[in-house]
Design a protein around this ligand. Sequence first.
Ligand SMILES: [Fe+2]
Ligand SMILES: [Fe+2]
Length: 241
Amino acid sequence: MAVITEIAPDLFRLSIYVPDLNLQFNHFLVRDERPLLYHAGLKGMFAELHEAMQTLIDPKDIGYVAWSHFESDEIGGLNNWLQIAPQAQPVCTFVGKVVSADDFSLRPALGMSANEILSTGHFHFRFYATPHLPHGWDAGMMFEEAEKTLFCSDLFHQFGDVSPLSSDDLTDATVEAMRQMQQSPLANYMTYTSSTGAMLSMLAQLQPQTLATMHGSSYFGDGEKMIENLSTAMKATFDAA
Ligand SMILES: [Fe+2]
Ligand SMILES: [Fe+2]
């Protein structure tokens, strides 16, 4: 079963480690009046995630399934969740809705514009359009303002079966992962363009306390500093590439 860790109040990380890839796939459940799942996960992980979620909420009560960009680890299992949760609505960026999600999804998505807020009851999530960060025209991020949690998708990607939550500096592990990716057939999975630095600065200025990462440890601490470090590392890695 997925490994469950509460990384902030009522924010649960459901993690599945895939040894062949030496990579964790993390999914986040926000327990609230209308529970929100961030990252639907791969279709092949649905049964395991469903089993884990049953220990936290009744999965039928999911209110929202949200994601950053249209890729299988973000959205593959979406329709499985929509089938078991009759009120659940898909949530993504406006570009994600019109370009991909509404054709794929059993039900139309809420297409969030920049700065729009989604409320799950107690928690409020502000959406940001971050085209091509980490990758994909449709990419976006959401920020929970009460606990200052940034759901940052593939940013801060780290390999290994690492700890669920860390206050150690993530920079070295992230730089090592980027270096490994650049030497593999999956090279250039992110880019660094003239707008990348500005988007990362905007995210840093949110001063997140928690970074909810899809692959690797989540982070608790000075999120602003971590994102500034990431921007420097991404420029060195991908601008040069
Ligand atoms: Fe991705
Ligand atoms: Fe991912």
